[in-house]
Ligand binder design. Structure first.
Ligand code: SF4
Length: 371
């Protein structure tokens, strides 16, 4: 089997040094539970090691994997190597915070077999970074990127965010320019989602900050795509850009292509044979369940054929690869809808595929509802 079709392995590191004000990913800021979490992870790996014979990718995410001490990350990777096999040339990704990046840490990560690193920069503007509650400054992010680009990773990705409080298109353009100056292999540009329950979410509820309106969302999106396309990046998914096809994130493409994946750690999700399950989020509950040999699963869902059909459409319309016409299923006559979408420049239908245009990517999430 091609390594692109092989399952992916995700490991959630549920620790951060501080909590960003927009973030609703599960993580805690005390590192006291790291040893207990590592023991629990080993137990979960033993429970799951026979689920898939070989993986095409590893993604160490979080949380902040680079918040771990070297010996802790070393134990984690020993556990991974002990219980799981990877195909030759598998993509091995790690997320890193600019504040944690130094030459020694990068050498250590390369020694551990990582070949792709994703740096969470978000912005190079110090005011925006402060309002997001990020630990680093724009200069620190530049210094980190400079080090990473010269460190020997095959693929360096930069995460950036737009639609921030007080952010203009001009300041967004400045952040994009500061990122592409380093010629990273890959960029992820997300629009800020205001999540309820986060400090920024509470400010929005109180009316103390105003989320950007739909017109501004569209302007940021179109500007980003045009700017990066001019810099020769391929806009291959709503929020993702790669300098060449080989730098597209293999692990994330597995999610979008509905390949199977195994997630280990608190809050991690897994997917196999139309069954999706997720782990409990709390680190202590996760450790507690595994200490008595219990799988840390809190929800399990068997997808119906209609759910599978809609999921294929939902994920496919977000990518420039598009959706197979056959994924429309037994819908009576999609031709009039497709004709209308082609006429309005939202999709192109070619060789058995429905491919969203840039305008189509802009409304990708609403397209499945038409079918
Ligand atoms: S470092 Fe990442 S995971 Fe941690 S709080 Fe900030 S955004 Fe969330």
């Amino acid at each position: 089997m091609n390594k692109r079709e092989l399952p992916g392995l995700y490991i959630h590191v549920p620790f951060c040094r501080s909590k960003c004000r927009y973030c609703d990913f599960y993580s805690i800021t005390s590192l006291d539970l790291v040893p207990e979490w590592l023991e629990a992870l080993e137990r979960e790996a033993v429970l799951r090691k026979n689920l898939f014979p070989v993986f095409g990718s590893l993604y160490l995410g979080g949380g902040t994997p680079t918040a771990l001490m070297e010996h802790e990350a070393g134990l984690l990777m020993e556990c991974v190597r002990r219980h799981f096999r990877f195909a030759e040339g598998a993509e091995m990704s790690v997320e890193a915070n600019p504040d944690d990046v130094c030459r020694e840490k990068l050498c250590f990560l390369l020694d551990q077999g990582f070949n792709r690193i994703s740096i969470g920069v978000q912005s190079f503007d110090d005011g925006e970074l402060r309002r997001l509650g990020r630990r680093h400054t724009g200069r620190k992010a530049e210094a980190a990127l400079g080090l990473v680009m010269s460190s020997g990773f095959d693929n360096v990705s930069v995460d950036l965010m737009y639609g921030l409080e007080g952010q203009s298109l001009t300041s967004w353009a400045r952040s994009l320019r500061r990122a592409v100056k380093f010629e990273p292999h890959h960029l992820s540009c997300y629009q800020l989602t205001i999540e309820p329950g986060t400090p920024i979410g509470r400010l929005a509820e109180e009316g103390r900050i105003v989320p950007i309106d739909e017109d501004s969302e569209h302007s940021f999106f179109l500007f980003t795509s045009r700017f990066l396309t001019q810099k020769r990046y391929i806009h291959y998914e709503v929020s993702n850009f790669a300098r060449k096809p080989q730098f597209e994130c293999m692990h994330n493409k597995k999610y979008w292509n509905r390949a199977p994946y195994l997630g280990l750690g608190p809050g991690a999700h897994s997917f196999k044979d139309a069954v999706r399950w997720s782990n409990v989020k709390s680190v202590s509950e996760y450790c507690g369940k595994l200490s008595v040999g219990e799988p840390p699963v809190c929800s399990r869902e068997v997808l119906s054929s209609e759910q599978v059909r809609l999921e294929k459409l939902f994920l496919g319309f977000r990518t420039r690869a598009g959706v197979d016409l056959s994924a429309l299923g037994s819908m009576p006559d999609p031709a009039p809808i497709l004709k209308q979408l082609e006429k309005t420049g939202i999709v192109r239908v070619r060789r058995g595929k429905i491919v969203p245009t840039l305008k189509g990517l802009l409304v990708a999430d609403s397209l499945p509802l038409l079918f």
